[in-house]
Each structure stands twice: as structure tokens, then as C-alpha cells.
Design a protein around this ligand. Structure first.
Ligand code: AMP
Ligand code: TRP
Length: 326
């Protein structure tokens, strides 16, 4: 039997090249070797208020982008988290074995909570729901960007605690980070992670940005006061551009750009990004031309994965002594 892979993306904004290079690209690369499930985690998105109309459009848009980025719906299951009730149900069981102190320590929770006027309980429970997503399918490999490492450690801790209290139930999931692109920084501020929610037109490159826009954003990206690439002394802005360039075009190695003037470098990087995005955007247009296609893919994903979810949930409930109909 093939090992199982699970990962997810929140449908809470425009997907950007950080999401692509950190997650989607490795999903597409590894999907043939595993039994893969890729999830649109809408229940995670609503831990912070989302406009309902925009959210429901974004769920389908995100699914279309998964496929456009190379996820093959024949080979991998694409699912929407809220359409499979086991995610929320297992999350409850896991909250009951998770000490609140573990959640209060999560750095993403602290960073997000700081920006909210009122912090929802869901935001605190966010990592438990994420653990439930993974454990529900007994996934052993979770391909994500580096910002999710702490959440994955917590998922393992929760699984271990459940197993030690109630007996071996869950498979331990391993974190899989890409070798290049695990942490892409904002173009306007290379000390901040590129994120969907950051304001500023020059912050992120969206997967659907037109070539002209991509070019403009890269040309304007924050660098440093040196004229050309010096691999020893370059600042974080240039280092980030080099990472983006190399992740988009493997021939753009550090050695190949050493000594290049910043203006020329930015042109080369922009070309590499535009060439990477072109087939994704083309495929996205084809997919979205038929509005019923995505719903079909999501229905099939649910049909394939629901039996696994139900099975795990039954096992976990039984282990805890909860009532399971015979
Ligand atoms: P999110 O946008 O938070 O739903 O993230 C979806 C996936 O993209 C997760 O695997 C993240 O780790 C990854 N990701 C998000 N932002 C970045 C970034 N700036 N660099 C690399 N990976 C990222
Ligand atoms: N928290 C992840 C993020 O924002 C998304 C996510 C939810 C996820 N559930 C998951 C990723 C399970 C991997 C596995 O990036």
C-alpha cells in the first residue's frame, strides 16, 4: 500500500508564489509516489472573519488553482474540509487531549491574535483542527512550507498523547519541506514572510498576476544599496529573489548570477517567474471555463476519502469509549 500524503491551503485570499513554491509545487512533484489528499481548509479560514460570498467563490478558485498548478484529480483527491464532517468531529476529540498551554505557545496564534480586536476560540484551536485533518486520514507525510513546522510538531504531540492515553490509534505524520522555497519573503519587505493577508500591492506575486504586473513587482522589489550580486554580502531582498529565481528555474543557480547587476538580475528572475506561471494561468482559464467541472472533482474527492475518514473516526471514538452504533 502507498503511504498517504495530506496537505491543505486556506481559501482566504489570492494564492501567491510562496504558496506555490512552498507547497503546491512539491504536491505536484510527489503525488504519483503516494496516495495524496489535498484539502481546501475553509474551516481554518473562518477562524478569522471572511466575507461569505467571497469565501464561497475562493473555495472553487483555490480548487481550480490546485489543478492548474499540476495536481492531477485522477491521481490525487481534492477535497473541501467543511464537506466532510469528520474533520470537525475528530477536532473535538483531539481538543479534549490537548493542553491549553500547548496552544497558547503557538507563534502563529500569537501573531494572528495580536492583529484581532476579538480573538475567536477557533483561532486558538486552529492547530488542533489541523492535527485532525492529518490524523483523520492517517497521513504519514505532510508537505508544507516552513511556517507550518510548529503546527506539525503539535500534531505529532497530540497524536502521541492520544495514543498513550487510549492505545495506538494514529499514524505519526512527518513534515516534508521543499529544498528550495520553504520560506518566501515579501517583495516589499524581505524580513516578513510573503502572506495572503499582508497589505500592499508590491508584497506578493499572485499566481494569477499578468506578466506585466509580475515584472513591475520584481523590478520594484526591495534590495540593498549594492550595485551587483555579491554572494557573501548580499542583503535579504536579493537572497529572496535568488531563491524565487532558483525555485522557478533550476538553471538560475547562485553561481550563475554572481556579479550580475541588480537591474539585469531582476529581469532574469522576472522572466523565470513569468515562464513558470504561464502554463498555470493557461490551465486555470481552461478549467474555469466549465463551472461544473470543479464541483465534479470535489464531489469525487469526497466520495473517495469519506470512507477513510469514517473509519478513523469510528476507531478513535471506540478507543475513547464513546458510543458507536453497531
Ligand atoms: P496558507 O496560505 O497559510 O494557507 O498556506 C498554505 C501553504 O503554503 C502552507 O503549506 C504554507 O506553509 C505555504 N506557505 C505560505 N506562505 C508561504 C511562504 N511565504 N513561503 C513558503 N511557503 C508558504
Ligand atoms: N494551517 C495550514 C496553513 O495555513 C493549512 C492547513 C490546514 C494544513 N490543515 C492542514 C496544512 C493539514 C497541512 C496539513 O498553511
Amino acid at each position: 500500500m502507498k503511504a498517504r500524503v495530506f496537505s491543505g491551503v486556506q481559501p482566504s485570499g489570492q494564492l501567491h508564489i510562496g504558496n506555490y513554491l512552498g507547497a503546491l509545487k512539491s504536491w505536484a512533484e510527489i503525488q504519483s509516489r503516494y496516495e495524496s489528499i489535498f484539502c481546501i481548509v475553509d474551516l481554518h479560514a473562518v477562524t478569522i472573519y471572511q466575507n461569505p460570498e467571497e469565501l464561497s467563490a475562493k473555495i472553487r478558485e483555490t480548487a481550480a488553482l490546485f489543478i492548474a498548478a499540476g495536481i492531477d484529480p485522477q491521481q490525487s483527491s481534492i477535497i473541501v474540509q467543511s464537506s466532510i464532517s469528520g474533520h470537525a468531529e475528530l477536532a473535538w476529540l483531539l481538543t479534549c487531549v490537548t493542553p491549553v498551554g500547548w496552544l497558547n505557545r503557538m507563534t502563529q496564534y500569537k501573531a494572528k491574535a495580536e492583529k484581532q480586536e476579538t480573538v475567536s476560540d477557533g483561532l486558538l484551536q486552529y492547530p488542533v483542527l489541523m492535527a485532525a485533518d492529518i490524523l483523520l486520514y492517517q497521513a504519514s507525510i505532510v508537505p508544507v512550507g516552513e511556517d507550518q513546522s510548529q503546527h506539525l510538531e503539535l500534531a505529532r504531540d497530540v497524536a502521541q498523547r492520544f495514543n498513550s492515553l487510549y492505545g495506538e490509534t494514529f499514524v505519526m505524520p512527518a513534515t516534508h519541506l521543499p529544498t528550495v522555497g520553504a520560506r518566501i519573503m515579501g517583495l516589499d519587505d524581505p524580513t516578513q514572510k510573503m502572506s495572503k493577508s499582508a497589505p500592499g500591492a508590491g508584497h506578493a506575486i499572485s499566481l494569477l498576476d499578468e506578466p506585466k504586473i509580475v515584472q513591475k513587482k520584481i523590478v520594484r522589489a526591495t534590495t540593498d544599496s549594492q550595485p551587483e550580486v555579491n554572494l557573501e554580502t548580499m542583503g535579504p531582498g536579493i537572497a529572496n529573489l535568488l531563491t524565487i529565481g532558483l525555485a522557478c528555474d533550476p538553471s538560475l543557480t547562485r553561481e550563475s548570477v554572481a556579479g550580475m547587476r541588480y537591474g539585469d538580475l531582476k529581469k532574469r528572475i522576472a522572466e523565470a517567474v513569468i515562464a513558470r506561471l504561464a502554463p498555470i494561468q493557461q490551465r486555470y482559464r481552461e478549467i474555469t471555463a466549465d463551472p461544473s467541472y470543479i464541483d465534479g472533482v470535489l464531489r469525487e474527492g469526497k466520495a473517495r476519502t469519506s470512507p477513510i475518514a469514517e473509519d478513523t473516526l469510528r476507531t478513535a471514538k471506540r478507543a475513547m469509549g464513546l458510543y458507536v452504533l453497531r
